[in-house]
Design a protein around this ligand. Structure first.
Ligand code: ZN
Length: 400
């Protein structure tokens, strides 16, 4: 029979339409995204040294809505999201606070997980921590060296970009732009040990007081990019259907991940690159380094978490948007209207069509608004946006 058997997802059915069309960063165009029955996805996770802000919530909501639509189409989705629990920023913050970096990481990861659950994010397939995967990372670096794409200098191992002709093909950036971003984003182009300014570190000696692991190249710790390649390969295999992250990760992070992964496996690393734009506040990207943050835990003290989601999906994932104090009250009002409309399939086909059009969540929200105005229940359509109208009221987070 053709019915689904245990562990096998139902085939894509015609009445839900599809395929999803998504913008692919490497191709620079909206293209059909047509994975097999099981969709292998990877999104870069957090560095757990501070609370979850709205930029994180917006990023993971985009991949969550995509997974909901893919599951609606009959796919199984497996999304891996790493936790970077050792890097320059977390070590600096732990030093500043006078705590062990892993205690800081564990506490902030727990807060992040609590926010993700409150926002009804689908569970990840796995959430590996970098420090739990040092053996995998060392093994991966060993393979890059063996293939001749890396070199060792004074206890560090660098990837040699001059040997990788396709370097720059994901971002499409010219060399001057790559150098500018490398300097801005921790790539240290002027490191005198490098053969080429854009070479990037795979392994580095630890500074005094920093954690260090034994390796063939001396005691040290991994570079920034290598953990994602090692973890993606370990948990999902050599080729991902889709890799996500913020636009600020396109270069150098994703360009470097792709180079080292393809150098090792000889196979395509990623079939489709999906990047979400930044949330801004006071005209600047919301970021820890600038301190212009709206924390999810603060919003949770005042608003239903479904309203936070509605505030996010009212914006398209590829449009950078500016935080506005009117957003949450307006989103809470919208949630109340949708809740009053109640159970039903109003706007379901319009929402599916909108999501298939490069995840056009603003159009989906508008379609649901129109159905509500027409007196229809909209619970099924709202669920595709991750807004569960049939759940009991979401308790607010009490201030502690
Ligand atoms: Zn990554």
């Amino acid at each position: 029979g053709r019915g689904p058997s245990p562990g096998i997802v139902a085939p894509v059915t015609s009445d839900t339409s599809g395929p999803v069309r998504l913008f692919d960063t490497a191709r620079g165009a909206i293209v059909p995204f047509e994975p097999g029955p099981v969709v292998l996805m990877y999104t870069c996770g957090i560095t757990p040294y501070d609370a979850t802000h709205l930029g994180h919530a917006a990023a993971y909501t985009a991949y969550d809505v995509l997974q909901r639509r893919l599951r609606d189409l009959g796919h199984e989705t497996r999304c891996v999201r790493n936790v970077t629990d050792v890097d320059d920023s977390i070590l600096a913050k732990a030093r500043e606070l006078g705590v062990h970096y892993l205690d800081l990481a564990a506490a902030e990861t727990a807060r992040f997980d609590d926010d993700m659950i409150a926002l009804d994010m689908l569970p990840s397939f796995s959430e590996p921590r970098a420090t739990s995967a040092i053996a995998d990372i060392r093994g991966f670096i060993g393979m890059v060296l063996e293939k001749g794409y890396a070199y060792e200098v004074a206890g560090s191992v660098y990837f040699d970009v001059s040997k990788w002709e396709r370097f720059g093909e994901i971002s499409g950036y010219d060399e001057a732009t790559m150098l500018e971003y490398a300097a801005e984003r921790g790539g240290f182009p002027d490191d005198p040990n490098k053969r080429n300014k854009l070479d990037f570190v795979l392994w580095q000696p630890s500074a005094d007081g920093e954690p260090a692991w034994e390796s063939l190249w001396g005691p040290g710790r991994p570079g920034w990019h290598i953990e994602c390649s090692a973890l993606a390969m370990r948990d999902l295999g050599p080729t991902l259907d889709l890799h996500g992250g913020g636009t600020d990760l396109i270069f150098p992070h994703h360009e470097c991940e792709a180079a080292q992964s393809e150098a090792v496996t000889g196979e395509p690393f990623v079939r489709h690159w999906m990047h979400q734009a930044m949330v801004r506040m006071d005209g600047e990207k919301m970021s820890k380094s600038l301190g212009n943050l709206v924390f999810v835990s603060d919003l949770r003290q005042t608003y239903d978490t479904r309203a936070i989601r509605l505030g996010i999906v009212g914006h398209h994932y590829r449009d950078a948007w500016e935080w506005d104090d009117e957003l949450m009250p307006a989103s809470q009002d919208r949630l109340e209207r949708w809740l009053a409309a109640g159970e039903g399939t109003g706007a379901l086909s319009e929402v599916r069509e909108a999501l298939d059009n490069d995840l056009d969540t603003p159009a989906a929200v508008a379609a649901i608004d129109a159905a509500v105005d027409a007196g229809l229940g909209v619970s099924e359509a709202a669920m595709l946006l991750g807004v569960d109208l049939l759940a009991t009221a979401k308790p607010r987070l009490s201030a502690s």
